[in-house]
Design a binder for this molecule. Sequence first.
Ligand SMILES: Nc1ncnc2c1ncn2[C@@H]1O[C@H](COP(=O)(O)OP(=O)(O)OP(=O)(O)O)[C@@H](O)[C@H]1O
Length: 267
Amino acid sequence: MRAHDLSIRYPSRHPDSTVLPVNGVSFTVREGEILAIVGETGSGKSTLAATIAGHIGTGESGYPIIHGGSLSVFGRELRGATRKALDRTNFRIGYLPQDAGSFLAPRLTVGENVALPIFERDRRFNQTEAGKAVATLIDSVRLPLAMMNKYPHELSRGQRQRVAIARSLILEPEIFVADDPTSGIDVMVRDAILDTIRELQQQRSFSAVVVTPDLREVRFLSKSVLVMHRGVIVGNGLIDDVLDRPDHPYVEGLAVAWDHEAAPTHG
Ligand SMILES: Nc1ncnc2c1ncn2[C@@H]1O[C@H](COP(=O)(O)OP(=O)(O)OP(=O)(O)O)[C@@H](O)[C@H]1O
């Protein structure tokens, strides 16, 4: 995946007055790599995540639109792509939107929720094969198989997030985009969720882009980081290089905060 001078906007009735939520970013995600994106709230992380996951609109409200530059995924340009071409690309990308666990279909069982993308892609897909794929993933995200017959409201928040992760990986995507996967989840359970993502990435060798507001999570998942601030990239590279040689006050702040966190406590 390669973004070059990529700018993104949301549809607006006053396009001239729009402040671009993502403004001229360039980066590359190589095969099998995990790239972590960090930045404060409102810096454009979710907008960028949705866009690189191919969840872009052609004018529908709510969906981001590529405004300038280019975004090429699997060698295909997404700017100006038709709905059909976008759908084809989307099937190859697993997207875990922010708080995905809270948006499972409430009337479907866990198993049916995880299987949903299979039948969205091919309504006549073999039920037994789908069941096998679902069971394998439920096991991989470390949930008991018996949970397949439960409903989302019967699960904890952390368990629902695991179901959402399983659903976003059921089509065996080549790229996984996760937007703040531990958001709203109990501190004790966060590491387990990240650990599951890291393990799945190693098993299935997909490329991944993971958005998080937390530098500790960045370090846990990846060696490389992209730091966003008000829609632009203010740091890009190996985490230690970025923090050791900050060339923007926001990154400097991150580096200082990290030093305090990592420093041994006295007394
Ligand atoms: N659907 C939308 N329509 C219009 N503007 C939006 C939409 N979603 C986000 N924005 C705007 O885009 C900017 C970037 O928001 P975005 O959610 O991408 O930031 P973020 O870094 O992910 O923040 P957070 O960490 O709080 O999720 C904000 O100014 C926000 O108000």
